[in-house]
Design a protein around this ligand. Structure first.
Ligand code: ADP
Length: 453
């Protein structure tokens, strides 16, 4: 096992990784930008290195500074967390060139999966059902019209390099196809430096179900069951849970088998997530995330597996731990993402200083957060303040504890709003309580009269 691991991230995930490293006796180095010098992760780490200014392109997204910090501190491995450089194959290659272990899959596997159109093709070849769509990026108007003719409307134009719910536009009819196709390409170029897009059938009213997998270099590929992440705003997750409510057991097993087969097909190594859209008994693959997910704690709570620990074991060349093979699901867990955003103003971020922050606690509550009174929600970075996770012997109990936990949470500051009040309301929505909701829940709430596309 490594003696020293460098964490190339910030916020709650940097702190979460520090904690598992400490549990395993591994020394931690947290790199940080100037404005993060007093962050919770920096305070918790054994060593800290200031790698640049607040602008992420000059710090958390700047490989030379991170590599130099690793070499100077004697780190042997780099954990990229999620976001930032976590799915960047070039960064993984640079790590290897400098004799550092990148904690994640091989760069070529990351590159193939990070191209969402290529990932669709690979998974279709591996026998997974994929959402009907184009089998390669679509570059001309004629091609787009041809694919639309085949798959019908509504459809969705998606950036090949997209992520984080960005770079996607729904098209309702042929009249909107060309303008949306062109606009999405232009937006993708600006956001991702890659204007390639592909087309998929838009599955209105689908659930988002994903499978957590773990794979080591010894041929072991296991799954840790599913998560339901259907409560979303603008294609971004807000509430996640495991198990997925009302998902037929045979369908859950089928998705898990697909994910394991897909991981084997690409020679996956590390922790990864296979995402599917599910309508009724129909399921179709959409993408793989080749990193730890924000919502991994719900899986940890119901399986007892520390996913970061497994990532470290695999990266060090060791086999997956026995708990990954022998897990049995216990109870139910749910996670609410507390973002510094105003749900009443289109979820605009609310950066600023927190004058008050009290995290919930008590029986079966886990809070992963970097916030504390006096800390800052920075405009340069993601607005996630805290993940509140609760466990129960069944879903109802987990939800009851979540209602209690959200009542205990206090976040205050000048101009500060969070997603907490909205999520508290969702927890009482009949559809959500019954587990019959899908990814349209929040949009339909916001615009009750809105017709289906
Ligand atoms: P990202 O990588 O940006 O997270 P995904 O491809 O994972 O993008 O999709 C994110 C969300 O967008 C999905 O959970 C779903 O709500 C919606 N979405 C994506 N593709 C489709 C589709 N073909 N039909 C319906 N909804 C979709």
């Amino acid at each position: 096992m490594f003696d020293t691991v460098l964490i190339a991230n910030r916020g709650e995930i940097a702190l979460r990784i520090v904690r598992t490293c400490r549990d395993m006796g591994i020394t931690t180095v947290v790199v940080h930008s100037g404005v993060d010098r007093d962050s919770a992760a920096v305070r918790a780490a054994d060593h800290r290195v200031n790698i640049g200014p607040a602008d992420p392109h000059r710090s958390y997204l700047y490989p030379p500074a991170i590599i130099e910090a690793a070499l100077q501190t004697g780190a042997q491995a780099i954990h990229p967390g999620y976001g930032f450089l976590s799915e960047d194959p070039d960064f993984a290659t640079i790590c290897a060139e400098n004799g550092l272990v990148f904690i994640g899959p091989d760069p070529d596997v990351m590159a193939r999966l990070g191209d969402k159109s290529t990932a669709r093709r690979i998974m279709a070849e591996a026998g997974l059902p994929v959402v009907p769509g184009s089998d390669r990026p679509v570059s001309t108007a004629d091609e787009a019209a041809e694919v639309a003719q085949r798959i019908g409307f509504p459809l969705i134009v998606k950036a090949v390099a997209g992520g984080g719910g960005r770079g996607m536009s729904v098209v309702r009819d042929i009249g909107a196809l060309l303008p949306t196709f062109r606009a999405t390409r232009a937006a993708a170029q600006v956001a991702f430096g890659d204007n390639r897009v592909y087309l998929e059938q838009y599955l209105y009213g689908a659930r988002h179900i994903e499978i957590q997998i773990l794979a080591d270099a010894h041929g072991n590929v296991v799954h840790l069951g599913e998560r339901d992440c259907s409560v979303q705003r603008r294609h971004q997750k807000l509430i996640e849970e495991s198990p997925a409510p009302r998902l037929p057991a045979d369908l859950a097993d089928r998705l898990a088998a697909h994910a394991v087969a897909g991981a084997r097909a690409v020679g996956y190594r590390g922790a990864g997530t296979f995402e599917f859209l599910v309508r009724g008994e129909d399921a179709a693959f959409i993408e793989v995330n080749s990193r730890i997910q924000v919502e991994h704690p719900v899986t940890e709570m119901v399986t007892g597996v520390d996913i970061v620990r497994e990532q470290l074991l695999v990266a060090a060349g060791e086999p997956l731990g026995p708990s990954s093979h022998g897990w049995a699901r216990r109870g139910a867990a749910v996670e609410c993402r507390i973002n510094a955003e105003d749900p009443n103003r289109a979820f605009v971020p609310c950066p600023g200083r927190l004058t008050e922050f009290t995290a919930p606690a008590g029986p079966f509550v886990r809070v992963d957060t970097h916030a504390f009174p006096g800390s800052q929600a920075r405009p340069e970075y993601d607005s996630l303040l805290a993940k509140v996770v609760t466990w129960g012997q069944d879903r109802d109990q987990a939800l009851a504890r979540m209602r209690r936990a959200l009542r205990e949470l206090r976040v205050e500051g000048p101009g500060m709003h969070t997603t907490a009040p909205l999520l508290a309301e969702v927890l009482d929505e009949p559809d959500f309580v019954a587990g019959t909701h899908d990814t349209t829940l929040l949009d339909r709430r916001a615009e009750p009269g809105r017709a289906e596309p």
